[in-house]
Design a protein around this ligand. Structure first.
Ligand SMILES: C[S@@+](CC[C@H](N)C(=O)[O-])C[C@H]1O[C@@H](n2cnc3c(N)ncnc32)[C@H](O)[C@@H]1O
Length: 245
């Protein structure tokens, strides 16, 4: 595919979803979600309470880019949507973001983020840290304008489990991402020149997600594309406000 395509041309080149049985096989929930677990990365050690999402390779595609400045946060107002364990907020605080909104619908994820932010970043940073428990941007006051937003959504298109914690972490599906763009557009939450980094694969309804973004006047480009050893293709999209050509 043409990786430089943007807008509707990009949409038209995106792959359709993988077969349902392949998606379900690839996304079998781990049995340990409801236990205490440990995660180590970048010299940091985290203890995860039950229900908090364990970062994976897809998470690290964002974490590494925030850490190396490819996704620039220094001096900017940053929102980490669906923060989970809190890694991206901790990096942003360490790198001198102006404001860090750490958002999750799961209270324990936001509490865990706060705990590690205090421990690993704390008063050493000039960043204003704002923990937010709520559905998408519901807890963000009107008038806030964000310069950069990251989101690794639970966008898998097949119901891989009936466990509400698995659904919340993995397979809420494209409607959640559609509401994310609707809220951004309706409430004008993105500052002029602001950027959204959204990571999704063809285990999700890629085309439906990008179609909705385009319909709401967000212009996508492919920031990074990863090919796994199987049929999964992961796209890190960068989107800005502006009508598609
Ligand atoms: C795939 S995990 C990503 C976690 C973390 N950002 C990472 O990359 O490791 C998705 C996160 O989105 C959160 N989430 C699900 N639905 C949400 C909603 N409606 N509003 C805010 N966060 C939500 C989940 O609780 C979970 O922490």
């Amino acid at each position: 595919m043409d990786r430089t395509a943007t807008g509707w041309a990009l949409h038209d080149e995106l792959p359709g979803p993988l077969p349902a049985d392949e998606i379900i096989a690839l996304n079998q929930p781990k049995a340990d979600l409801h236990t205490h677990r440990r995660y180590e990365w970048n010299g940091w050690t985290f203890e995860l309470p039950p229900g908090v999402f364990m970062p994976g390779a897809t998470s690290r595609m964002i974490h590494e880019r925030v850490l190396d400045g490819t996704i620039a946060v220094a001096g900017r107002r940053y929102a980490a949507m669906g923060i989970g364990l809190g890694v991206e907020a901790i990096i942003a605080g360490s790198l001198g973001a102006k404001e860090v909104y750490a958002i999750d619908v799961h209270p324990e994820s936001v509490r865990t983020t706060q705990r590690y932010y205090d421990e690993l970043v704390g008063p050493r940073s000039s960043a204003a840290f704002v923990p937010v428990i709520g559905d998408l941007f519901d807890g963000i006051p009107d008038g806030v304008r964000l310069d950069v937003i990251t989101f690794n959504p639970p966008a898998v298109s097949q119901a891989v489990s009936e466990d509400p914690d698995v659904v919340r972490n993995v397979c809420a599906g494209a409607p959640l991402v559609a509401r994310f763009f609707d809220q951004l557009a309706d409430r004008e939450l993105l500052a002029p020149g602001g950027e959204i980094f959204l990571i999704v694969s063809n285990t999700a309804d890629l085309r439906g997600i990008i179609r909705h973004a385009l319909e709401r006047d967000f212009l996508p480009e492919i920031h990074y594309r990863h090919e796994w050893h199987d049929d999964v293709r992961t796209y890190l999209f960068r989107l800005q406000r502006g009508p598609a050509e």
